[in-house]
Every structure is written in structure tokens, then in C-alpha cells.
Design a protein around this ligand. Structure first.
Ligand code: DGL
Length: 286
């Protein structure tokens, strides 16, 4: 017979891993999780009512991230992965000590992987992540000899979320964003936003073959695997079906994500306190 402690630990092992992003960007992390940790169950949340995050202030991001983590804890997740560079750059440090939950961000794993690949490192990111300097700091902490150039790319998240990846306009703005990095003859390009791997076919048209692409998604999932082992939290049972939830329109998210998931997900709508407040008629929300 199992004692109470063994039962609690088994229940924890079977709990889901929470993954969140502003939208479909976190699916690049989810895909990696399916590859590296196929027996884990996942709760995916996209804060689509409030995207893009990348042009918002630190105070806003912090507020959103706290709301998401509180909700995820209520859903019983055993770990949270910020599948969002903007949140990792602007909120991870603050919330880590506020929640009794392992919380992982993408920037440090991405920085560690980038210095393994090259020394002249370009980072494409949201304006907020680029302005925070989080990648430069993290990369230089790991390798002080590296050279780092960061570019904010405000148009990328909207074109991905509007499913305009293959339009000529996207190629045109991508050329513009990459020009300064090519001028500096980078040898490595970091996807400093989880949405950007969805743009791989466009970026590959512009980048010389010699430039290596670094996707932090691969490395944050490897870090999550290590952390699960360390805490004895790996699931040993068959996984549950992934639960998808969004703060915006579930149908729109389902339609957009089918191309990356290979199937149409069932998506729930979640009412986080601030989103609900904004969506209520004025007399009810006051
Ligand atoms: N995908 C997120 C990131 O990695 C957020 C993008 C956005 O909403 O601007 O930064």
C-alpha cells in the first residue's frame, strides 16, 4: 500500500506543466516539449486578448504574468514555463520568489546555447526584450568575449498572429530588420521571441547559410527536463491530452495554430480578472 506522502508525490508527478505566451509563440516551446518530454501533460495558455506583449511596459507585463501564474496554480500545474521572452526579460526575476512553483524562462537557456554556436551573435526580439538588454547581459555573463547585437522587430508578432507569414510584406520587413545584423557579419542568430521560429522559411531566404539559428525553445525544455529530474517530478504515466486556453477568441487561436500542431485543438476561454474587467459593460465593471 502507498503511504500518504507517496500518493501526494505521484499526484504531483502527474500534474500538468503550465506553458504560457501572449499567443501562438509558445507553441514553438510546446512542440519541443512534445519531442523531449513526451510523457508530460501540458496546460497551454495564450494571452491573446492582450497581445502583443512586446510593446508594453514592464509594469503591465508583470501584472499579466502574475495573473497568469495565479490562475495556473489554481489549475494545479507542477511547473511553469514562460514560453515568452518578453515576460522572461521583464518579469521572471520578480515572480520567481513570489510563487511556490518552479518557474523557467527562455533567456538564460537561450544565451547559454548561443555562445556554444558562435561569437558574433545577433538577437531578434520584441522591442521590450531588445530594450531590456536581457540577452546581451545573459550572453556576456556566460562568455565575456562574445559580441552581441540586438534588434527590436515590432512587426513580426502581428504578421504571425494575423497569419501573413508568406506575404511579400513579411519578407520585406524581415530584410529591413536583419540588415544591421548582416552588416555586422553575425555568425549566430537567436530567436529572441518565441513567435519567430514560425518565420524560419522567411528568415532562411535572407540569411547566409553559414549563420546558425539558435532556438531557445529547445534549451528551455532541456532545462525543464533537468529540473523535473532534480525535483523527482517526472510523470511516469501516460500523459493527458493538452489543455489549451486563451483570454481572447478560442476559434481564432484554434484556426491559426492548426498549421503548427497538425490538428485543430479544442480551446477554452479563460477570464482572467483584468481581462474580464475590461470586457464587462462599464456599469458592471465599476
Ligand atoms: N512570444 C513572446 C516573446 O517571446 C511575446 C511576443 C509579443 O506578444 O509581443 O516575446
Amino acid at each position: 500500500m502507498m503511504n500518504k506522502e507517496q500518493k501526494t508525490n505521484e499526484a504531483l508527478q502527474r500534474a500538468r506543466i503550465g506553458i504560457f505566451d501572449s499567443g501562438v509563440g509558445g507553441l514553438t516551446v510546446l512542440r519541443e516539449l512534445y519531442r523531449q518530454l513526451p510523457s508530460e501533460s501540458v496546460l497551454y495558455f495564450g494571452d491573446t486578448a492582450r497581445l502583443p506583449y512586446g510593446t508594453r511596459s514592464q509594469a503591465e507585463i508583470l501584472h499579466f504574468v502574475r495573473e497568469i501564474l495565479i490562475w495556473m496554480m489554481q489549475q494545479g500545474v507542477k511547473m511553469a514555463i514562460m514560453a515568452c521572452n518578453t515576460s522572461s526579460a521583464l518579469a521572471l526575476e520578480a515572480v520567481r520568489s513570489e510563487f511556490p512553483l518552479p518557474i523557467l524562462g527562455v533567456i538564460l537557456p537561450g544565451a547559454r546555447a548561443a555562445v556554444e554556436l558562435g561569437n558574433r551573435i545577433g538577437v531578434i526580439a520584441t522591442p521590450a526584450t531588445a530594450a531590456s538588454n536581457a540577452y546581451r547581459r545573459a550572453i556576456l555573463e556566460v562568455d565575456a568575449t562574445a559580441q552581441v547585437w540586438q534588434v527590436g522587430c515590432p512587426e513580426f508578432v502581428p504578421v504571425i498572429e494575423q497569419n501573413r507569414i508568406h506575404e511579400p510584406y513579411t519578407l520585406e520587413v524581415a530584410r529591413e530588420y536583419l540588415a544591421p545584423l548582416l552588416h555586422h557579419r553575425i555568425d549566430t542568430l537567436v530567436y529572441g521571441c518565441t513567435h519567430y521560429p514560425h518565420l524560419a522559411p522567411v528568415l532562411r531566404k535572407i540569411l547566409p547559410r553559414s549563420v546558425k539559428l539558435c532556438d531557445p525553445a529547445v534549451h528551455v525544455v532541456a532545462a525543464a527536463a533537468q529540473e523535473l529530474d532534480l525535483l523527482g517530478l517526472r510523470n511516469t504515466r501516460p500523459p493527458l491530452a493538452t489543455r489549451f486556453a486563451v483570454s481572447g477568441c478560442p476559434e481564432q487561436f484554434a484556426q491559426l495554430s492548426v498549421q503548427w500542431l497538425g490538428c485543430t485543438p479544442a480551446v477554452e476561454k479563460v477570464y482572467l480578472p483584468t481581462v474580464l474587467h475590461r470586457q464587462l459593460p462599464l456599469e458592471l465593471s465599476e
